[in-house]
Design a protein around this ligand. Structure first.
Ligand code: ATP
Length: 611
């Protein structure tokens, strides 16, 4: 493979030399064409020319600044160098020639290029250069360097397995997924061990999971561990404006992988080309591309040691033909990391960074619930940048905290706010925090901030004590109640409401509707799923599977859940108005209150009032 790459480089160099040569030839040719006529005759000594002139053997003579051109009586053209005389005619007069006697002599300047000649030459150069550039563009479009006709060549990047630096120990967590692929690595390393037993190893492995959960990383680690060539491409790279280009790229990719076998083909975002067939949203050549992938995978027999690894975060849209045994017959799901995995990912990515030795990785892992591996890596990177900006040499919890907030909510932004707006935001956030404090199922408050970030004017963050995969009905109701804490605080304090609660209302409404229609959590309606018909649901325009009458009952149930929660939030805040005022004032003054401080204020005021 390296040899191939080298020979490609050499031929590319040769091509460049060829083009430079052609351009030079054209320049010379142009100059030659546009120079005033040049004698081109034989060079003779000036003494011979003077003798010929005296002997009347010269038909015509032109004397330039530094040379003289003559046409002899027999029409032969000759030229002589004059050296650098003070005047071009001096050499003739000093040799006894009276030029005035001859009417066939012209005295002229050395020929030079006129402005129009230069413009014409430049024009030719521009045409040549743009033709050259256009041809190169066509080559690049083809991707493979073979001109427009190479549209069908695969653009897959080839990584040599043994040079692949990523190994399993470069992946934190994902132990289940790693175990699943160990045998694939073994198969690629020792194909004979399996083929001698007639074993058929999966032809395709589908990695499914949300963005940034390490799908590409795992595929690269398989290549790194097994030391085989790794052809990496993405579903969208098969798409091309030329119909059929996608399919021929698939053919080309598989044929290259077969030649290099044992090898791995990695197709990221396979959903771009492998969507369910038959839907109008698919163009016909997307379907051709998918068909070609299916054909190629069917073409593998047990002697061809090529494994196709594909990644997607939309397994629901994939064509079922792709998932049947013999094609992608193994599916590995990579979920968002749990608390232990987050801790390990953070530790792994902080290895090359100066981290404060007292940093509590457990706390950061708890605080980053819902973060993917890529998010965590990004948090550490942002923290390192922030540390440098602050001219510090060690990354502390403070920078990591700031970076984690930035990754979720965007950077803090300067925003001109009136005092009244600042008060409203402070009461809004204080309302969220205080309501959650009085709900036993709620997660502890981690931080309250009224620093505007992204689209939000402030935020209340929570620190879950553990990762939750199962949510109870009480937990959902709790979450909806503290989502309404902001709106309830505005109503109580200002006796008016703002649009600042729109996102809370949206999320609360979605949650309540899911409780009723998906999770069967409505006492009135019972455990029934309400939605759209299975086969038409994909494009969101399917038929509802429930009646208009049921629809009204669902709406009523959703409304009851939401209003109950809102009223509960109102009651909590009315009962604790003094604490709400204290938290809001502190926020107006400091902009940020950490969880510990918040708890201290609330607890001391509660104890004080109890006392
Ligand atoms: P996408 O679906 O967006 O293509 P992906 O699932 O393929 O995402 P990767 O590209 O593999 O995600 O991961 C992005 C980065 O996140 C990696 O380069 C790595 O730095 C980090 N990362 C993700 N998961 C892990 C993990 N388990 N251990 C260590 N690093 C991880």
């Amino acid at each position: 493979m390296n040899k191939n790459n080298n020979s490609k480089k050499v031929s590319k160099k040769n091509n460049n030399f060829l083009w430079i040569f052609i351009i030079f030839v054209i320049i010379f040719f142009s100059i030659y064409l546009f120079l005033p006529s040049i004698n081109n005759g034989k060079t003779i000594p000036i003494s011979t020319m003077i003798k010929d002139l005296k002997d009347n053997k010269i038909k015509s003579l032109t004397i330039y600044q530094t040379y003289a051109d003559a046409t002899l009586s027999n029409n032969t053209k000759v030229t002589s160098n004059l050296g650098s005389p003070t005047s071009p005619t001096s050499i003739f007069t000093s040799n006894g020639v009276d030029l005035s006697k001859y009417n066939n002599i012209t005295i002229s300047q050395n020929p030079t290029l006129s402005t129009s000649d230069i413009i014409t030459i430049l024009f030719i150069l521009v045409i040549v250069a743009s033709t050259w550039y256009t041809i190169r563009q066509f080559r690049t479009m083809g991707g493979g360097g073979g001109g427009i006709f190479s549209m069908g060549e695969s653009k897959a990047k080839l990584f040599i397995g043994s040079k692949q630096s990523i190994r399993f120990d470069g992946i934190a967590g994902l132990s289940g997924a790693k175990e699943e692929v160990v045998e694939i690595v073994d198969f690629l390393k020792n194909p004979k061990k399996y083929s001698s037993l007639g074993a058929r190893i999966p032809k395709g492995v589908l990695l499914v999971g949300p963005p940034g959960t390490g799908k590409t990383l795992l595929a690269k680690a398989i290549a790194g561990e097994s030391g085989v060539p790794f052809f990496s491409t993405s579903g969208s790279e098969f798409e091309e404006m030329l119909v059929g280009a996608g399919a021929s790229r698939v053919r080309d990719l598989f044929s290259k992988a077969r030649k290099a076998s044992p090898s791995i083909i990695f197709i990221d975002e396979i959903d771009a080309v492998a969507r369910k067939r038959g839907y109008s949203i698919n163009s016909s050549h997307t379907e051709q591309t998918l068909n070609q992938i299916l054909v190629e995978m069917d073409g593998f027999d047990t002697t061809i040691n090529v494994i196709v690894i594909a990644a997607t975060n939309r397994p629901d849209v994939l064509d079922s033909a792709l998932l049947r045994p013999g094609r992608f017959d193994r599916t590995i799901v990579l979920g968002l990391p749990d608390i232990e995995e987050r801790k390990n990912i953070l530790k792994l990515h902080s290895k090359n960074k100066p981290i404060d030795s007292s940093l509590d990785f457990d706390k950061i892992a708890r605080r980053t619930i819902g973060f993917s591996g890529a998010d965590l890596e990004n948090v550490l990177n942002e923290a390192a940048i922030l540390t440098a900006k602050r001219n510090k040499t060690v990354i502390t919890e403070d920078e990591i905290e700031e970076a984690a907030t930035k990754v979720v909510m965007g950077p803090a932004r300067d925003s001109v706010r009136t005092d009244q707006e600042k008060r409203i935001v402070s009461y809004h956030e204080a309302g969220h925090a205080l309501v959650s404090k009085f709900l036993p199922e709620s997660d502890p408050v981690h931080r309250i901030s009224i620093v505007p970030r992204g689209l939000s004017g402030g935020a209340t963050m929570y620190l879950p004590t553990q990762d939750n995969n199962l949510y109870t009905k009480t937990k959902f109701k709790t979450m909806i109640t503290h989502m309404f804490g902001g709106r309830a605080a505005e109503k109580i304090v200002f006796d008016d409401i703002t649009n600042g609660a729109s996102d809370d209302i949206k999320k609360a409404s979605q949650m309540a509707r899911k409780m009723v229609t998906e999770f069967g959590m409505s006492d009135t309606i019972g455990p029934i799923e309400f939605g759209v018909e299975e086969d038409s649901s994909y494009y969101g325009n399917g038929e509802k599977n429930y009646s208009e009458k049921t629809s009204a009952i669902i709406d009523q149930e959703v409304s009851t859940i939401l209003n109950d929660a809102y009223n509960k939030a109102l009651k909590i805040l009315k009962d604790n108005k003094k604490i709400l005022d204290a938290i809001a004032s502190k926020l107006i003054q400091d902009e940020v209150i950490e969880g510990d401080e918040f708890n201290k204020i609330v607890d001391s005021m509660l104890n004080g009032s109890e006392a």
